[in-house]
Design a protein around this ligand. Structure first.
Ligand code: KIV
Length: 293
């Protein structure tokens, strides 16, 4: 990275840099938890994952909520699944995203092993995440079984986004990443949604469920449902940024690619390598001349 791009991302420089946003785009006030919840049934909520300050800065111009998802273990750190993600990973990336975003609501995922043991352990770890990152809320996977923990956190000042349906942290008990399509399982997922709402979650991510189930959950709860692989019958949508911009060659069917970043990056790197080898780079214009005088 060049010295011109390593400067600290500040709110002032973001506003002054014409490269950081559409000309004249009005800054929105930071999305709050009550503001987010109030959007239930209204204009669809736009949510994206972000793991770094630079990506956060780009997404912040357009999104209502940025999630520092534990998917960062796979996307950034090359882990095979999310189970190896630590609280330290989440805090480090959470800090970066909070530095890059000043309009969207920033939510940080609680990694596997950091909240399941007891509400008290969850509070200890979640309060660390909030204190050390400056994020507004946390997300955790689980329905009925996590309701007491959600209640404990929400009553003590930590807003919670729940995550039900396909829960990647439960991959070993579920036998893999299994979308909820079998109708026999639907009532349990609806009960999960109602339990997290009653416990005080301000929103719920629904992952990998059949469309009629998503519709029934969205109808059954008064908090916004945010879908990923859960159809348009949700109050908002979330995708993993890297999937959405085409940074991965293989993505699940529910992902729509809005860019072809992998191909662009591969092309840039291959042209750079060729020009270094042929000595076409660096050119005159990239070369310091001795100081005159
Ligand atoms: O970890 C993550 O990125 C998530 C989203 C896919 C919802 O949980």
């Amino acid at each position: 990275m060049s010295t011109t791009t390593t400067s600290t991302i500040s709110k002032k420089s973001a506003a002054a840099d014409p490269g950081q946003g559409p000309e004249g785009a009005a800054k929105r006030r930071r999305m709050t938890v009550p503001g987010f919840t109030a959007r239930k049934g209204a204009e669809p909520l736009v949510c994206l994952t972000a793991y770094t300050a630079h990506v956060a800065r780009i997404c912040d111009r357009h999104a209502d909520l940025l999630l520092v998802g534990d998917s960062l273990g796979m996307v950034i750190h090359g882990l095979p699944n999310t189970l190896g993600v630590t609280l330290e990973h989440m805090i480090m990336h959470g800090q970066a995203v909070v530095r890059g975003a000043d309009q969207a609501l920033v939510v940080v995922d609680m990694p596997f092993g950091s909240f399941e043991e007891s509400p008290e352990v969850a509070f200890r770890n979640a309060s660390r995440v909030v204190k050390e990152t400056g994020c507004t809320a946390i997300k955790l996977e689980g329905g009925v079984e996590m309701a007491p923990t959600i209640r404990y956190l929400a009553r003590r000042g930590i807003p919670v986004m729940a995550h039900i349906g396909l829960m990647p942290q439960a991959m070993n008990t579920a036998g893999g990443f299994r979308a909820v399509r079998d109708e026999a399982l639907w009532d349990a997922v609806i009960a999960d949604a109602q339990a997290v709402e009653a416990a005080g979650a301000f929103s719920v991510v629904i992952e990998g469920v059949a469309e009629p189930l998503a519709a029934r959950i969205t109808e059954a709860v008064s908090i916004p449902t945010i879908g990923i692989g859960a159809s348009a019958k949700c109050d908002g949508q979330i995708l993993v940024f890297e999937d959405m911009v085409g940074l991965f060659p293989r993505v699940p069917t529910f992902v729509k690619r809005y860019g072809a970043m992998e191909a662009m990056m591969d092309d840039a790197v291959s042209r750079y390598a060729a020009e270094v080898r042929s000595r076409a780079f660096p050119g005159e214009e990239h070369t310091y001349k001795p100081k005159a005088g």
